[in-house]
Design a binder for this molecule. Structure first.
Ligand code: DON
Length: 317
């Protein structure tokens, strides 16, 4: 134990992390392969933490909306594990890929079976299994799940679809369509059109860092919402999602992130990172300036600072 380490997150620690995040953001830039994402303010940086009582602390641009992008993958996985746990793992592995999030190269070698459910190929398999007749119905159910996890009633504004981002990805998502169609050949995906449209929509749902920290508490609390006492997910399902975040959540940067931060986390190309401190906190970062591997530079810097100051790494101090 480091006796000098602070014991809980304070506004001062968040302010310190924020200034390190702002400095780190200067070296990156927003994603542009989905053209609408390039409109984000590269200097925006925000952080929000939620403790086990549901208490949220924020600093910086924590109330600015962004789209969930790949952070949606952990919530979609949670939804699907409620009904398809055994069946899903027949088609998706649980191993880190070491490849970029949109890589297609291993799919041929591994007969259409994605390495894990957090790379795009695996997430499309998950979207194919979300409950609902059509993409709109599936997303309605998915939003209900997010609202339940946030402890709030579902309104039209909450986790709303960002139409511009959705249309931008529909226009440019040829690589994801290729993944879905390729997996259809191996019967890993049943309906590529529906799976892809569902996936594009779930990636385009809007959230703020403050909201994301609150929803992510579900994973810090082993599948319940501690504020309402409601169980939304089996404990074993929550453990699977968090373990996959730790091993696969930052794709080909997961090793460095484990060394520097040491927390299960999931990133998204909008600049989001959701990190989990099991049993204690959910931490959501926003900073659209990305590094070379497509992860938020500000998010990584802020999490490194907080983890160091509080001795949060699950791998030790
Ligand atoms: O499928 C895509 O490329 C995006 N909708 C999501 C990718 C993403 O967020 C990768 N994460 N860092």
């Amino acid at each position: 134990m480091n006796p000098a380490a602070a014991t809980s997150i304070t506004p001062e620690l968040l302010a310190k992390a924020l200034s390190l995040g702002r400095a780190a953001a200067r070296d990156g830039r927003p994603a542009s392969y989905i053209p609408e994402l390039a409109c984000a303010d590269p200097a925006a940086v925000g952080i929000a933490t939620c403790d086990a009582n549901g208490e949220v602390l924020t600093a910086g641009d924590a109330h600015v909306s962004f789209t969930l992008q790949s952070v949606s993958k952990v919530f979609a996985l949670a939804c699907v594990l409620r009904s398809h746990d055994a069946e899903l793992w027949q088609h998706v592995s649980m191993e880190p890929s070491g490849d970029a999030f949109h890589s297609i190269v291993r799919l041929e070698e591994e007969h259409g079976r994605p390495r894990n459910p957090l790379i795009n190929a695996g997430a499309i398999v998950v979207s194919d299994r979300l409950h609902g007749e059509d993409p709109q119905g599936r997303i309605a159910g998915f939003r209900q799940f997010l609202c339940a996890a946030s402890g709030q009633a579902c309104t039209e504004e909450r986790f709303a679809l960002n139409e511009r981002v959705y249309r931008s990805e529909c226009r440019t998502g040829f690589r994801n369509r290729a993944l879905a169609n390729y997996m259809r050949h191996f019967a890993v995906v049943s309906d590529p059109e529906t799976a892809i449209d569902t996936y594009f929509r779930q990636c385009s749902l809007e959230v703020t860092a403050a909201e994301l920290a609150r929803v992510g508490l579900l994973f810090a609390a082993g599948g319940t919402d501690p504020a309402t006492g409601r169980r939304l997910l089996a404990c074993s399902a929550s453990r699977k999602v968090v373990a996959l975040m730790a091993t696969c959540g930052l794709y080909d940067e997961v090793g460095r992130f484990a060394v520097e931060v040491g927390l299960p986390a999931k990133s998204g190309v909008s600049g989001a990172i959701l990190a989990i401190v099991p049993g204690r906190y959910s931490i959501a970062c926003y900073g659209p300036a990305l590094g070379e591997r497509g992860n938020s530079l500000a998010g990584m810097a802020m999490l490194k600072a907080l983890s160091g100051d509080l001795g949060l790494s699950v791998f030790g101090e």
